[in-house]
Design a protein around this ligand. Sequence first.
Ligand code: AKB
Length: 337
Amino acid sequence: MRKPVILITGASGEIGHGLIENLAASEGTSIVTIDLQPLPREHRDLVDREYLGSILEIHLLERILAEFEVTTIYHLAALLSTRAEFTPVAGHQVNVEGTLKLLDFAQSQGESHGRPVVFLYPSSIAAYGLPDLETKNTSGPLSEHEWNQPTTMYGCNKLYCEHLGKYYADHYKQLAAETLSGKVDFRSIRFPGLISAFTVPSGGTSDYAPEMIHAAAQGEHYACFVRPDTRIPFMAMPDAVDALLRLAHTDRSRLTRSVYNIAAFNPSAGEIAELVRRGFPKAQIGFEPDLKRQAIVDSWPADVDDSAARRDWGFDPRYDLETAFSDYLIPHISDRY
Ligand code: AKB
């Protein structure tokens, strides 16, 4: 008999950090992880098996298939938007080919144990691409289907994989004599920029917000790479982890779509700097826009419409902008440094 487990890819990254702690806290949950980087020491005891390696290594997935019965997959592994612009082919390999391998793995798992594998896929506001600032500033909160014209490799990868997931869930091998779809229960969240008190991201283009606050807490000068008026949606990490768990646990019959926007607050970079200065009065923050990274953030929406997530699965973030700083970020980050 194979042991039922939850599989997390990219488990050593930012979302994995909070997700492992939450999942491990619920009794009877067994966790298997894959990442190129080892898990932090405090997480090693929380998981049943840690595989060190790439999601592109097919023999790793075969070993997991042979040994475990995977019920749910949180596919967090990805090369983020800035990094993928420097190495687009590697970005495509990890973000698209890696996701394809995981979807195929989920299909095999579902076929072998007979139940659909719940597949959680973090997509991103990078799936959008607005043509210019005027359109961005006048189009209001975007729904999931609007302006799906990403300008980055990462955004293209995310948008395509949203479709790939739907294909596996609904149309997989649709010309075969027997019905093979329905073995992957694909559910995706388009995340805004995420800000964690415990980890600092690397390789993203929304990184200016977390970098600004972590630099201030360490007494370091920070040169923000976007203009003060730059506005995109953000969210505190605990709300992102709660959202993944809540979507994973919602009865499929309540879901009217497979891709959901979520958002919590959408401050400008200047407003973030003010809040950071309020928490850390000695913060030294300057603005030195990098025009190329600026163009990427300018193509992302100023706000998104998350009414479908609120209606279908009760998305309701705990933190707004004020409380994210006062109750979560400032106290925890101050403790950390
Ligand atoms: C990035 O900046 O690439 C990510 C994202 C917005 O998905 N944080």
